[in-house]
Design a binder for this molecule. Structure first.
Ligand code: AMP
Length: 443
């Protein structure tokens, strides 16, 4: 199959060829004809599958072939993204695909001045990429009208709900024209996403390109058990031993990012960090330097790393496991892209056993454990498996009392090896308000 056989017009084929896209990826092969036919879509596709071109390319074609010229302060297509980084990245891709088309594109997001964005919108924009909060601000300040909107794309919809944007999405939903095409992309399909889809989509075509919630199989994944206090030391040891070149490292908290970066820099290692407390410009600079290989180790929180598109990233390290198991899939999706192989290593301490168990259950695999010599943990990480159960270590039987007399005889109690812990493992619960209800939860 080629892009030409999918019915794409020549200026788009030329742009794709210049980018080196030879054959459509599975999500593109399914999404492009459906979007061109005007269908609503509900697509389960994780980052790295080529989903951006899957919606953007046919969308550009429809906007070129159909519909009136964009009027002042209007947009003809809106792509909603959860984070600034993803909005910028999606916009960069859209602009590349649109290179030979007479269409205007722009991206708006919070954390930067709104005035230049208002100015830019004055003439109208064919395709606007936006984060939900800033879109609403622009709408309320009359800088933006949505009555010319033909197509709405919700990109990484699960992430938008995870970040607490359900109320904003409900508000945006009320601002949209009833007659429109809606395309929803999500790595995972929770009940909340299905509810959102039920409200926003009209007779959607469902597309699923990889088995649901299964991590990319081009990524070699393993776990190194370690005590919490020795994680940084182990990281440096593994890095030196494996001669790691470029590594994206995930830490759970902003403080965790800063502490690890300080430690690495203190050892003369070329490291930088990104998290939500850092100004946008600083984050972008760190990211650009990492992409240019000027920074060797980039430490990030999940939110800050969202939407990073770094080609051929060989390795991802989970310094901490994510609280939400699905984030594990997003994290390791940064490596093993577009057919390349990658490695994802998780440094796991005893406290994280329930998170490990939840990840194994979600990805339907038991992650291989590799003990590192001299780093064997004092606090053992209990065994886990893909059934989502944490297996307690067999207890030693108490010796039955044999001394005579009338005392009770304690026969001891064996706990079979493999017996399941009494308490069920904690499954991560999405901390999101159900769409259209409740106040926004700030994280
Ligand atoms: P995405 O899942 O949209 O973030 O895309 C992942 C990466 O794959 C990006 O770097 C794209 O430029 C690249 N890509 C998308 N479609 C194709 C294709 N058909 N052939 C080669 N690379 C592609």
């Amino acid at each position: 199959m080629t892009f030409a056989t999918l019915g794409l017009i020549e200026p788009l084929l030329r742009a794709l060829e210049a980018l080196g896209y030879q054959t459509p990826t599975p999500v593109q092969a399914q999404a492009i004809p459906a979007v061109l036919a005007g269908r609503d879509l509900m697509a389960a596709a994780q980052t790295g599958t080529g989903k951006t071109a899957g919606f953007a390319v046919p969308l550009l074609q429809l906007l070129t072939m159909e519909g009136p010229k964009v009027t002042a302060n209007s947009v003809r297509a809106l792509i909603l993204c959860p984070t600034r980084e993803l909005a910028e990245q999606v916009h960069a891709s859209v602009a590349q695909y649109a290179e030979h088309l007479p269409l205007t594109t722009y991206a708006v997001y919070g954390g930067v001045s709104i005035n230049p964005q208002m100015m830019k919108l004055r003439k109208g924009v064919d395709i606007l990429v936006a984060t939900p909060g800033r879109l609403i601000d622009l709408f309320r300040q009359n800088a933006l009208k949505l009555n010319q909107l033909q197509t709405l794309v919700l990109d990484e919809a699960d992430r938008m709900l995870d970040l607490g944007f359900s109320e904003e999405l409900a508000n945006i939903y009320r601002m949209l024209p009833k007659k429109r095409q809606t395309l929803l992309f999500s790595a995972t399909f929770s009940d909340d996403i299905r509810l959102l889809a039920g409200q926003m989509l009209n007779d959607p075509l469902s597309i699923e390109v990889s088995p649901r919630n299964v991590a990319a199989n081009t990524v070699k994944q393993w776990v190194v058990p370690v005590d919490k206090k020795r994680k940084a030391e182990l990281f440096v040891h593994l890095m030196r031993k494996g001669k790691w070149k470029q590594v994206l490292v995930f830490a759970k908290t902003r403080n965790g990012v800063d502490a690890l970066v300080d430690k690495l820099q203190g050892l003369g290692i070329n490291a930088d960090g990104i998290h939500g407390d850092k100004p946008q410009a600083t984050r972008q600079r760190a990211l650009d330097r990492f992409k240019a290989s000027d920074v060797q180790i980039l430490v990030a929180t999940d939110v800050a790393a969202r939407g990073l598109d770094i080609e051929d990233l060989p390795m991802v390290v989970n310094f901490d496991l994510p609280i939400v198991a699905e984030d594990y899939i997003h994290r390791i999706g940064r490596t093993g892209r577009a057919g390349n192989t990658g490695e994802a290593i998780s440094l796991v301490c005893a406290d994280e056993v329930n998170m490990l168990s939840a990840i194994e259950m979600l990805t339907r695999q038991t992650l291989t454990r590799k003990m590192e010599q001299d780093f064997e943990p004092e606090h053992r990480v209990p065994d886990t498996d893909a059934s989502g159960q944490v297996v307690k270590k067999p207890k030693k039987p108490k010796k039955p009392k044999t001394s005579g007399g009338g005392g009770k005889r304690n026969l001891g109690k064996w706990v079979e090896s493999g017996e399941v812990a009494a308490e069920p493992s904690i499954k991560p619960v999405r901390k999101v308000p159900v769409f259209n209800t409740g106040p926004r939860k700030k994280k």
